[in-house]
Design a protein around this ligand. Structure first.
Ligand code: ZN
Length: 233
């Protein structure tokens, strides 16, 4: 993998140093894979693929939601005039929950916990299991949502347990996990349609038609699920 002399523009919501959200366009580099010659976008650790908000904003919104008895709207409004929509926060909570319960994400939470207990704090599993979480009943309508919120609250408490001194514990944990697994820990599997679109060449050659058939045939094939087995020990 090596950098090439090309950049791209990426729009992203970020915190400024006063924790106000700003929307800006940043210039980031491309690099190229030595083996397959693919051109790859290089993202900083705080920006996940496809995300419009940096992880620090997501994590801060979620922690705030759990640390006070406030609803989704009031949580996002506490950021000032320019803030995420409350439905964004609802979705982030769902997405972190799917990570905790190991549904739909590309990464395995158990593998992350195991790695963190080896290198960060050996008591992490005990801490995770012994947490007593209480979610205010007005924050959920179903038992399923309650369980999901409890799981996400555990995730954030565990991040604080690992990084008690840091302002953004989950972001720090995410950085550690990126270094260990080379993938952003909380990002979702890209949609299959995006994979197909990416492989579309300018001219539809016969080879493209053949590749397309292979991809579509593989759609219902369970073996296309994420390579969890690769990282599990
Ligand atoms: Zn490659």
């Amino acid at each position: 993998m090596f950098f090439i002399n090309q950049t791209f523009d990426r729009n992203i919501h970020q915190f400024d140093d006063k924790q106000k959200i700003i929307y800006q366009t940043i210039e980031l580099p491309f690099c190229r894979c030595k083996n397959c010659k693919a051109k790859i976008r290089v993202l900083p650790e705080n920006i996940e693929p496809y995300a419009r908000f940096e992880i620090t904003i997501k994590a801060t919104s979620c922690s705030k939601y759990f640390s006070e008895i406030i609803g989704l709207s009031n949580t996002v409004q506490s950021f000032g005039n320019f803030h995420p929509h409350f439905s964004n926060l609802h979705r982030w909570l769902t997405s972190f929950g799917e990570y905790v319960f190991e549904a739909k994400q590309c990464q395995s939470k158990s593998a992350h916990i195991a790695e963190s207990s080896k290198f960060l704090n050996k008591d992490i599993m005990k801490f995770w299991d012994n947490q007593k979480i209480l979610i205010s009943p007005f924050k959920y309508h179903t038992e399923k949502r309650k369980e999901l919120l409890e799981g996400v609250a555990k995730l954030f408490k565990t991040a604080e347990f690992l990084y008690p001194q840091e302002k953004y514990p989950l972001s720090e944990w995410s950085k550690f996990l990126i270094q260990k697994f080379f993938v952003s820990p909380f990002c979702k599997k890209p949609k299959k349609t995006e994979r197909i679109r990416k492989s579309t060449p300018a001219k539809k050659s016969n080879r493209y038609q053949r590749d397309k058939k292979i991809i579509e045939k593989g759609k219902n094939n369970a073996s296309r699920s994420p390579p969890d087995s690769r990282i599990q020990v």
